[in-house]
Design a protein around this ligand. Structure first.
Ligand code: ZN
Ligand code: ZN
Length: 356
């Protein structure tokens, strides 16, 4: 797989040292503080008001879309221009005031010019979020001490090209949690179950999995043979060794991790995922213990081969009436086919993707 899809990775970050209240980290932060004059928190309230006022947010969105389409048609003159309705002569006063402020802003990066064109692309499926609000996982207790908030994304290989990956979800977890807790957040229809109401840090590991982090394979249910096998798979890389503790005992705070480095996770025999850290920050004193799912990309489902209109609910094996085996079909199309006389025909229900 092409690892450049994620990178470049950061230096190794020792989580325990990162959250330590004294030492080099606080000195570095202090040095930076003196050179910073403003913070995004200064404009947060103003932006919230702007976004929650329909006339203003609609104006901003429309203006942005207009700028993008103007840039696109300027860089691609052969493309047919869509006729545009003229702007109204009279904007509400609040919109005129806002636009006036934006026009005199000295923040040059806020204005998109021709140089921005190579960096523009249409939205991808993985940019959309099926969650309207972050999904909060059961609370549990915060263990005393300092914690880091670790934000990570889960990537899967895309079905049509296994050398490519796409982000399927993003989550937030505190550093006192374990690798098992991290695994609980992973959305995958092949997991045993997605039990959101189950208390965390209790009971046995929810499923068998192994995760490889910086040359160490962690997993309770995988024996030494698998770790040996993983170590031998790539001759060019350093062999893997087995983690001292299992996934239920290994706290994230005990690890050294790199941002932007994919960590391979495998479960259910051969279902692969890549865990990539997006950011690590210091948790405030008031931060509760809950874990959150911040983003879930819409699932791309196989369409029914017969009607090509709706996602398939069944996959049919060995039916000579269909052109292929297995063949994905929706419920109505499979019912309309009628039963087959052939005893080798097997309809298999596809996994449910109800993960929101
Ligand atoms: Zn999986
Ligand atoms: Zn159909």
């Amino acid at each position: 797989m092409d690892y450049s899809l994620f990178g470049p990775p950061s230096e190794l970050i020792n989580i325990a040292a990162f959250i330590a209240p004294t030492g080099t980290r606080s000195e570095v932060l202090h040095e930076q503080d003196s050179s910073v004059d403003c913070s995004v928190f200064d404009i947060r309230e103003e932006l919230n008001v702007l976004w929650n006022t329909p006339a203003l947010s609609a104006h901003i969105t429309k203006k942005f879309e207009h700028t993008i389409s103007t840039l696109h048609s300027a860089s691609n003159p052969t493309k047919k221009k869509r006729p545009r309705l003229p702007d109204p002569d009279n904007y509400p006063e609040e919109v005129t005031t806002l636009q006036g402020k934006l026009d005199v802003s000295s923040l040059l990066s806020a204005r998109l010019g021709a140089t921005a064109v190579p960096f523009l692309r249409n939205p991808k499926n993985t940019d959309y979020n099926t969650l309207l609000h972050p999904k909060i996982w059961s609370d549990g207790e915060v263990s005393p001490g300092h914690h880091a908030i670790i934000t990570f994304s889960v990537y899967n290989r895309v079905p049509w090209d296994t050398s490519l990956v796409a982000r399927i979800s993003q989550h937030e977890i505190l550093s006192f949690r374990t690798l098992s807790d991290l695994y609980r957040l992973l959305p995958c229809p092949y997991k045993d179950s997605l039990q959101t109401d189950k208390p965390l840090n209790t009971g046995p590991s929810p499923s068998q999995f192994v995760i490889c982090v910086e040359g160490v394979a962690y997993g309770d249910s995988y024996d030494k043979k698998l770790v040996d096998h993983l170590g031998n798979m790539s001759k060019s890389k350093k062999p893997l060794r087995k983690g001292t503790f299992g996934v239920d005992e290994t706290q994230l705070a005990s690890l050294s991790l790199r941002i932007g480095q994919p960590y391979w996770l495998v479960h259910q025999g051969n279902c692969e995922h890549f865990i990539v850290l997006d950011q690590i920050s210091i948790a405030s004193e008031e931060r509760t213990a809950h874990m959150q799912t911040l983003h879930i990309s819409p699932t791309l489902l196989d369409l029914c081969r017969a009607c090509t209109k709706v996602p398939a609910a069944w996959t049919i094996l060995n039916d000579i009436r269909l052109g292929e085996s297995p063949c994905p079909l929706c419920g109505p199309c499979w019912r309309n086919m009628g039963t087959s006389e052939d005893p080798t025909v097997v309809p298999i229900p596809l996994p449910s993707y109800d993960i929101t």
